[in-house]
Design a protein. Sequence first.
Length: 558
Amino acid sequence: MDIKQLDDQLSVSAQIRPDDIPVLADAGVRHLICNRPDGEGSDQPSFAELQRAAEAAGLDVHHLPVVAGRVSDEEAEAFGQLLDGLEGRVHAWCRSGMRSTTLWALAKARAGLAPTEIIRRGRAAGYDMSGVVARVTAGESASGDGLVLASYDVLIVGAGAGGVSVASSVLARDRSQSVAIIDPADVHYYQPGWTFVGAGIFSPEVTARTLGSLIPHGVDWVKAAVAFFDPERNAVVLEGCRVIRYRRLVVAAGLKLDWEAIPGLVDTLGRNGVTSNYRYDLAPYTWRLVQSLERGKALFTQPPMPIKCAGAPQKAMYLSADYWQRQGRLQNIDVEFYNAGAVLFGVKDYVPALMQYVERYGAQLNFQHRLVRIDGDARSAWFEHTDAEGNTHEVQRHFDMIHVVPPQTAPDFVRSSPLADAAGWVDVDQTTLRHTRYDNIWALGDVMNAPNAKTAAAARMQAPIVANNLLADAGLAPGVAHYNGYGSCPLTVERGKIVLAEFGYGGKLLPSFPAWLLDGRKPSRLAWYLKERLLPPLYWKAMLRGREWMVKPVIGED
């Protein structure tokens, strides 16, 4: 935890964790302010978790959440009023500390602190407040008229699997391009590995690397959050009212895990038997629960589509049940799967193999059941069930363990932008991945609305296509490449075997290997070997570095 002091009263930092709170208390902090909404990051503890730790340490804690890059005058005024009403030292945090510093700067500017002093103190703490000062002195709210920092040939929003891969693929084709990636994160995660963390196969540390170590050489890293897009002026506005311009834009911002959409969930995550492999720090708790459960009821949930890796909810079920079976406990554990959808898996060719394991583990399938609220202390979950006639009613279920997959949406700054479709996703042509209205914008990965599976394998296929197509638009590549909807979902049905689902648009099977070597419709030890041993190094050393093994785009063909 890197604490930055802004004045005698207030310090700020990036995201804190529960074990940081006693350290802050020992340093003399008496009040905490969280400026980060829940669910922004896949390694972010909920406010409820931090509130419990703060209260245990005797600290006063407040939640004033602000959407990244969207600090309003009203929020700054509320922050200033809160500070004025507190006695003693105060510590505020968000993802990087930028939002908290911006709130302080706006509040102090309106209280009469000189602009030069605001800039000086911000710079000393590592935050550029020049754009904020420009906003105040101009008498404006956040707009596209902020301070222009730079301009790039290719600007990429998001440094996840898709964003880093596109940057590498662009430079592999043409190193003359000026390229930048915007992302406020410090850590990059290999999220496909979290299912294995939840099953005790991987340690969580092997799925994480510092983002700085992965940004391609020759690419500028803008460590900031995006406030909004201004495609009419070829600009992206960052937090602090700073502007970056572009010739061509790639949006690879991922998606948002909406934990708060299920009432009661954030209050009980990581305790009371409530877990999820969709968060870095919770996947190890899944494994602890699986190991400790001797008897009782284990529930596994899947929300409405679209979600990241649609097979992951049932993978958690299969691997947990496999462990219990190997330990001789399965006969004492009721395994139940609650799916908001109507089918086990969206591509019917893989369902027979999956059903063999459903029957093997004695799992009860409950379709059209959507988790609507949870009470961890009472070990109860409520589901909305839709019957064949379309009628809905609520059912309550007790649990000893529940693995929850939260609903998922596009990030807030994408949903509210002119790039989004009616559902909030970036609106692209599903074959070229070019925006349907803005010719110099492309998108890939989880954030866009093409009807493909949202998986890392899909992003691996899409990245070189986007790189090729934006360079073709610049006259620097020979033609346009087309995406066929390829995605891959290695369905881990037991420890040592995987059903390797590979498919494209319309559920068309798109296997990477001949059936005599690996038939993805059947559980396979070879597929397990690929998942456990080959895919992680392929991700870190090939995909993120622009090495397009088996995904080099074919020009002019679907």
